[in-house]
Design a protein around this ligand. Structure first.
Ligand code: UFG
Length: 323
């Protein structure tokens, strides 16, 4: 298929672009490089530097691409930041996303694949989380993604734009070529790995008094290549709706640190800090719907293997991308 990928220079987008190209799809990457990196764009893709805040920019790129499908990764995605600057999240994830939706309708795009998040569930009533659970976000980031999910449903009903929305749990790991480089890193695994890389003296644990077995937050880490595989399946005809994407295994912050120590062979100093606002205690996926309806099954399901792929990339690229 001909595809346009927003955020294709970002962490998750870069690996999805790589896998789309490996699968024989054509890809135009549309990215403003605010978070992404030019070097993270697979050279087989065409790159357009543009911003979703400009409705004309995106329409022109879409028309020129002749895309049948749009995969929308571009977004702000930090829980903590959204608790300090909610406007940034509603502007970029909702208002700029709306520009993209309108351009898709105008350009006659058939399919829209959206990067949503388990943060739309807030603090869930039960775990593991299936798609039928109530969505009650506890941070503006999750709220902004939920608003966009609702918009998608209206655009389907009114304009016939077919969509698949993926609620990612914690994206992690790397491919051989592309990995995680945020200019300001807040994510757990890359922050832990900075210690064995010699770039930090210690890693902070945000909150040790959660109602979890060891008092630290529990998350479901899912490898980028498995996320990419689901996106490719979403392009097949007839695929529709919202799907959780996670391994179904929960690991506490302390367990992730232990896995990093095992994989790197180095001991990692920790600093116990207060809770970070907006963090739910436990997020673990029930991804049965994706398994049944998309035939999807994560292949990298051991935390050690996920961490090992991240470690491999960071060891080879200790300073991340050059730009
Ligand atoms: N954490 C630490 N120390 C750190 C970094 C994180 O203790 O240095 C903790 C956090 O407080 C949290 C857990 O590790 O409890 C995971 O934090 P991340 O920042 O790695 O990931 P989040 O769960 O906050 O958020 C990520 C993405 C979101 C996505 C969410 C789904 O950034 O976009 O996963 O859970 F919605």
């Amino acid at each position: 298929m001909k595809t346009l990928v927003t955020g294709g220079a970002g962490y998750i987008g870069s690996v999805c672009v790589e896998e789309l190209l490996n699968g024989g799809h054509e890809v135009v990457v549309f990215d403003n490089l605010s978070e992404g990196h030019r070097a993270a764009v697979d050279p087989r893709a065409r790159f357009v530097r543009g911003c979703l805040s400009d409705p004309e920019d995106i329409f022109v790129a879409l028309e020129a691409s002749g895309a049948d499908a749009v995969l929308h990764f571009a977004a702000d995605a930090l829980v903590g930041e959204s608790m300090k600057d909610p406007g940034k999240y509603f502007r970029n994830n909702v208002a700029n996303g709306l520009n993209l939706l309108e351009a898709c309708v105008r350009a006659g795009v058939k399919k829209f694949v959206f990067s949503s998040t388990c943060a739309t569930y807030g603090t869930p009533e039960r775990v593991p989380i299936d798609e039928l659970l109530a969505q009650r976000p506890i941070n503006p980031y999750g709220e902004s993604k939920l608003i966009f999910e609702r918009m998608l449903e209206w655009y389907r009903q009114i304009h016939g734009l077919e969509f698949v929305g993926f609620r990612y749990f914690n994206a992690a790991g790397a491919s051989e070529r592309f990995g995680e480089h945020h200019r300001i890193e807040t994510h757990l695994i890359p922050n832990i790995l900075k210690v064995p890389l010699g770039q930090s003296a210690s890693v902070s644990i945000f909150g040790t008094d959660y109602p979890t077995p060891d008092g630290t937050c529990v998350r479901d880490y899912i490898h980028l290549k498995d996320l990419a595989d689901a996106h490719i399946r979403a392009l097949e005809p007839g695929r529709m709706g919202f799907f959780n994407l996670g391994n179904g295994d929960g690991y506490s912050v302390r367990e992730v640190i232990a896995a990093c120590e095992k994989v790197t062979g180095k001991s990692i100093r920790v600093l116990e800090q207060p809770r970070r606002p907006g963090d739910p205690p436990r997020l673990v996926a029930a991804a049965d719907k994706a398994r049944t309806e998309l035939g999807w099954a994560p292949k990298v399901n051991r935390l050690d293997d996920i961490v090992a792929s991240a470690w491999e990339w960071h060891r080879r690229n200790p300073d991340g991308y050059p730009d």
